[in-house]
Design a protein around this ligand. Structure first.
Ligand code: ZN
Length: 425
């Protein structure tokens, strides 16, 4: 790319940054928790429409995607589940097409009294934008749009198709990104500006959610010994699952060899019992686990079920009333970025022009929607994004200077990857 043009693009991002932050504040103020994303999606559709993009807003239908690879089963209704895509189509396609994908869904806030300020009243302080979803990933979602704007401000549009995608369900299934593939969206590359510490994700683990449903025998607590406590019966099962976690951490995949603890099994929800003076007859706990490339979903499910079965066998009651393992939510395969040298080369060059530092890759211990593009559509997909802290925690925040520089990178990437054409005045 012409050096003068690169300088102009960087300047255009910087010039639009205050407006970008304001837009990020506005969308972060919309509490797009699972099942409540529609208002925020309307906001995104409106933004895309204002820029003359062709807007596709549709309700996800489970029947359309349930037989596709990568689908994760759901227990919730999709009655209010909308994806939004804004499509730019050039006058004449000259360059390479691009998907800029981000998710609008955010995770629950947890107890509000542990936030310094309310999670959906976003505010800027000491160079950070605070609020639930500011980092994960409304900062990145708007950065993609702001990058498109910066190019536009210079009088250009991309000389190839660019699809700005705002999807739901990233935090629990990935079915939003999957629905974009089912809908037919394809491109020569996908970039996802999830929080990534100003770097890119070269590999991600597999992630699985499951529930273990345990039964007990209820009695009056006055003679508790005659009953079986379903809640306390879970403890040895959880302990046995943690032994499997230890085993997988001890036999590392080479890409995570230097990571202190790549595999994390977490009991993240638990429910059980009906009455404080009754021995509980039931308990269900939810667990999130991770696993390495090379392990299949089936082998992971087999390993989990074998551990649960074995732990139950040590208990006289559970041996005859085996716990049930139920899968819903993430059934996410691991993803190592492959065949992406050409995408990486352009991203690395763009990053260096923006940050003045080389681009660094990471091997992350979670999952992202990148897997859908890479594994099921042959689209090289790179997660590349800003520095954010305490996402999924309290006082979530994204670093504004990092966000600005990431936006510059994306704008430079668009110009280089897609090429540019003069916009109609
Ligand atoms: Zn995210």
């Amino acid at each position: 790319m012409d050096h003068g043009l690169a300088k102009d693009i960087i300047a255009a991002v910087d010039a639009g940054f205050d407006a970008q932050v304001q837009m990020t504040v506005n969308v972060t103020a919309l509490p797009s928790l699972r099942g409540q994303e529609a208002t925020a999606q309307d906001f995104m559709a409106d933004q895309y429409r204002r820029r003359g993009l062709a807007v596709d807003r549709w309700k996800i239908n489970v029947e359309d995607i349930q037989d596709l690879p990568g689908f994760s089963p759901v227990a919730v209704s999709y009655d209010n589940a909308f994806n939004v895509v804004g499509a730019h189509r050039p006058k004449e396609t000259k360059g390479r097409s691009l998907i800029l994908n981000g998710h609008i869904d955010v995770v629950p806030t947890g107890p509000l009294d542990l936030w310094t300020k309310p999670p959906f009243a976003p505010h800027v302080e000491n160079g950070w934008l605070y609020g639930r979803g500011s980092g994960d990933m409304k900062g990145g979602l708007i950065a993609a749009l702001a990058a498109f704007d910066a190019v536009d401000r210079l009088g250009y549009r991309p000389a190839a198709e660019v699809y700005l995608q705002s999807v739901i369900e990233e935090e629990c299934t990935g079915n939003g990104a999957l629905a974009c593939l089912q809908r037919g969206y394809r491109a020569d590359a996908a970039i996802i500006p999830e929080p990534a510490d100003n770097g890119y994700d070269a590999a991600q683990l597999g992630v699985m959610w499951f529930q273990v449903k345990v039964r007990g025998r209820p009695t009056h607590v006055g003679h508790a010994g005659r009953g079986v406590n379903a809640i306390e019966s879970c403890f040895p099962i959880v302990a046995a699952l943690h032994k499997l976690e230890d085993k997988w951490n001890a036999s590392r995949h080479a890409l995570w060899a230097d990571h202190p603890h790549p595999i994390n099994f977490v009991v993240s929800k638990i429910e059980g019992g009906d009455w404080t003076s009754s021995v509980p007859a039931w308990c269900t706990f939810d667990m999130r686990i991770s696993f390495y490339p090379g392990q299949s979903l089936e082998s992971v499910r087999n390993a989990v079920e074998a551990v649960v079965r074995e732990a139950a066998r040590n208990d006289a009651f559970l041996a005859n009333n085996p716990p049930e393992v139920v899968y819903h939510g993430f059934q996410a395969e691991p993803y190592i970025v492959e065949n992406a040298e050409h995408v990486h080369a352009v991203l690395a060059k763009s990053h260096e022009a923006s940050f003045g530092e080389p681009l660094v890759g990471r091997h992350i211990t979670a999952t992202t929607d990148a897997r859908f593009f890479g594994l099921y559509a042959g689209i090289p997909a790179l997660v590349y994004g800003p520095l954010a802290e305490d996402y999924h925690g309290f006082d979530e925040r994204v670093h504004l200077d990092s966000l600005r520089k990431v936006t510059r990178t994306i704008a430079l990437f668009i110009a280089d990857w897609c090429g540019l054409e003069k916009r109609a005045a």
